[in-house]
Design a binder for this molecule. Sequence first.
Ligand SMILES: *[C@@H]1O[C@H](CO)[C@@H](O)[C@H](O)[C@H]1NC(C)=O
Ligand SMILES: *[C@@H]1O[C@H](CO)[C@@H](O)[C@H](O)[C@H]1NC(C)=O
Ligand SMILES: *[C@@H]1O[C@H](CO)[C@@H](O)[C@H](O)[C@H]1NC(C)=O
Length: 272
Amino acid sequence: MKSVLALGSLFSSALAAPLVSWSPALGEFYAAVDRHIQLARQEGTVANPPTCDLSQAVQPVAPTPLPAPDPSWSLAEVVIGRGVQNYTCSSASKDVVPKPIGAIASLYNVSCIAANYPDILNMLPGLALQYALPADPTANLEPANIELVGHHYFTSNGTPTFDLTQVNSVSTASIGNTDIADIDSSLGIAKVKLTSNSTAPADAPKGENGVGDGAVTWLLLDSTYGTEGDVKGVYRLTTAGGKAPATCESSPAVFSVQYAATYWFYSSSSSS
Ligand SMILES: *[C@@H]1O[C@H](CO)[C@@H](O)[C@H](O)[C@H]1NC(C)=O
Ligand SMILES: *[C@@H]1O[C@H](CO)[C@@H](O)[C@H](O)[C@H]1NC(C)=O
Ligand SMILES: *[C@@H]1O[C@H](CO)[C@@H](O)[C@H](O)[C@H]1NC(C)=O
């Protein structure tokens, strides 16, 4: 029941969202949401409600399969990341390759979708890329008003960081929790390092409107020194956009490429 309602609101808020432009991807999204609503009605899901049980969520497999999650880990949260990948070019030459220098993205909670609707989950990064980053950094994600739960950035010394301490505005407002309680119950702040990578599938969205230099690699990132909280590992999967051109020919010295991806956060099983 809860899940049917969640889908219903996903659908209606998607319709209410200001449409940047209609696209086949958006059409497929509406169709998939509608299919699930019909199916849930037929199956009488009211009597047998689907849950947001993350143990049901199954990661998509990379073209070069990434190592499986460590057996001591359990899946704690799945988010959509939407932002930019940054690059530098030492000269605007075709003999120079753009160098990645970091990324910045907002993170939106799609755990419930991951647990129940993998087809919709896998469409979301491509769709999110069609929407400009909200000017308000605390705003939810269009097209479906998905809740902001954190931020991804690189520290000044280049460490990829995921800050998942974003206070849940709904629960804070309604039950008057202190911020401290919310931070304690969050996944904390993860500092990570690259463990393994795979190229994205050939059919991954290359950029906005399908135009761009391709989807950034899929990754396994392990938690490292400086992590506060319980994140042990993070996968970056179903990427859309974010890749730099193959060479620096006619590139500026510093530039950003729009991207979206799903991030799968694992914590130690014992604590959950
Ligand atoms: C990436 O570029 C954006 C501007 O497009 C900037 O706000 C951000 O701080 C940059 N982050 C890194 C890690 O380079
Ligand atoms: C993310 O969504 C799941 C499922 O709806 C929920 O249990 C969890 O508390 C949410 N996480 C945050 C940080 O809001
Ligand atoms: C991806 O992994 C390969 C080894 O499997 C390594 O040579 C390469 O540098 C990695 N690429 C990135 C972007 O980390």
